[in-house]
Design a protein. Structure first.
Length: 496
């Protein structure tokens, strides 16, 4: 029996007309199969085995039996396909291997299904899960074999939950995330990622510690199939902690002072009672800090649950305010000294001592006459009420600077035409000047006139006429700025 011819002709009825007999085909034993009606003279079988035909004469009811053996043709194709790997997130190209099946010139292979319709090789690669069929035909005997194979799918990612919203503990400043995966996955790895938070440790577990608010994303990878899943959780700060405070900061009033102040007027958030600490000092229920110098201060507010909030404050140093009269002075007796406080900013008040010899007690600049050694001080108050003061010592060279010419011409040419007294700033006035001839006659006298005024002196005349050239004697009383009077005597030459 071949795959193209599986019928058995009757061989036991050749002596009887076919029209007067009945046929009955039977399978002898366990093997064999008759695929057409068994009461026909010719039947078709589709399996090897032993077959028997019983022929009965209708008139005589006599019977005859004959047996036929059908042997299978060895040319039926064999198909051997191991179960293929599963289509997964990692493996997206799956090989189906039928290389152990019948192959050769007498066999025609044909695949169907997916992306391999019409493929004629023993090995094929598919790009999707599903059902695929291999058909092999033996062209020698027409036998055909088919087998269907299923490429399974394994693209399910891990089922994860990043957990509930995290709340940072106000004491430790951290929160423990609590992610879960169902079912448990021994081949899975975990990775936490965040753009605005911070993962402390361990970042490759389901329950890491974090210490900043933000969004945290958990990425889980399954090494068995390469599939990934992700989920996110938000971490927030404890909403019941102190959040802010209303503060008043007053800078020191004046440069160099330590009278700055920081005061807490209200606290937002948290639970009372509140305690306050400045720059690491002990906590206190008093929220006002006084006697502060310029600088940066760290203020910490602690609520009734020991949760803390902190901030920095800066107290500024006011502009420096000072007055400088300069170094001590050494001046001539009677010299006029100008004193300048050297300030170029708004001033509310100037206070100079000794109003009896200071013409302007509230001016920035004053002039004093150096009669004797003295200390001069000034006090200044600016618009903030800040005070500044300075003083200097004026020392006096107490010399009586008086000069008498020893000759004059009296020719009125504009040069040395008069005899008079010259003096320094210590000279108050010429109390008297008398000039005598060689015989003792008084030829000139003048009282109470200033020194250094040439035209107020003697012009070499007496009683309206010019005197002869010669030696003349003078006597002068000079009064100084301290009230003392000194008599000076000498002679002078009148030339022509």
């Amino acid at each position: 029996m071949t795959c193209s011819d599986a019928s058995i002709p009757p061989s036991a009825v050749s002596a009887q007309p076919l029209g007067g007999v009945d046929f009955l085909w039977q399978v002898v034993g366990a093997e064999g199969n008759i695929s057409t009606p068994v009461d026909q003279a010719v039947v078709e079988v589709d399996a090897a085995g032993t077959y028997r035909v019983i022929v009965t004469d209708r008139q005589s009811t006599c019977t005859a039996t004959e047996t036929a053996v059908v042997e299978a043709d060895a040319g039926l194709p064999d198909i051997v396909i191991p179960n293929p790997a599963a289509y997964s997130c990692r493996d997206t190209l799956i090989e189906i291997d039928a290389s152990a099946s019948s192959q050769g010139p007498s066999y025609v292979l044909e695949w169907s299904g997916g992306n391999i319709n019409g493929a004629a090789t023993a090995r094929v690669v598919v790009d999707a899960p599903g059902t695929y069929t291999l058909r092999i035909q033996n062209t020698d005997n027409g036998c055909i074999a088919e087998q269907t194979i299923v490429v399974p799918v394994d693209t399910l990612g891990p089922a994860i939950d990043a957990g509930p919203t995290g709340v940072l503990d106000c004491i430790r400043g951290e929160a423990s995330l609590n992610a879960s995966i169902d079912p448990a996955c021994t081949a899975c790895t975990f990775e936490w990622m965040t753009a605005d938070g911070n993962v402390r440790a361990p970042a490759n577990s389901l329950t890491p510690l974090v210490d900043r608010p933000g969004t945290y994303r958990l990425l889980v990878s399954n090494a068995d199939n390469g599939c990934r899943s992700s989920d996110s959780v938000v971490v927030v700060e404890d909403p019941a902690v102190p959040r802010a405070a209303s503060l008043v900061a007053n800078d020191p009033q004046c440069w160099g002072d330590r009278d700055g102040q920081i005061a807490v007027t209200a606290v937002s958030g948290g639970a009372s009672p509140y305690a306050y600490a400045l720059n690491g000092q002990d906590f206190s229920s008093e929220g006002t800090f006084t006697g502060l110098a310029p600088g940066t201060y760290q203020l910490v507010i602690r609520d009734g649950r020991s949760c803390e909030w902190d901030t920095s404050l800066v107290l500024l140093e006011p502009p420096s305010f000072g007055v400088d009269l300069g170094p001590d002075r050494l001046v001539d007796w009677g010299e006029e000294v100008e004193l300048d406080a050297g300030l170029r900013r708004p001033v509310e008040q100037w206070v100079w001592p000794h109003p009896d010899w200071v013409a302007c007690g509230d001016c920035e600049r004053i002039r004093v006459t150096a009669v004797e050694e003295l200390t001069v001080g000034v006090q200044v108050v600016d618009e903030r009420g800040c005070n500044a003061e300075d003083e200097l010592l004026i020392r006096v060279r107490k010399e009586r600077e008086v000069f008498f010419p020893n000759a004059f011409s009296a020719d009125f040419n504009g040069v040395n035409d008069y005899f008079t007294i010259y003096g320094g700033p210590s000279v108050q006035q010429v109390k008297s000047l008398r000039v005598f001839s060689r015989w003792g006659e008084l030829v000139f006298a003048k009282e109470n006139f200033p020194a250094n005024r040439e035209v107020l002196g003697w012009a070499g005349r007496f009683r309206g006429r010019d005197l002869d050239a010669g030696i003349y004697v003078y006597a002068a009383e000079v009064e100084f700025i301290d009230g003392s009077v000194v008599l000076y005597q000498g002679d002078v030459l009148l030339t022509k």
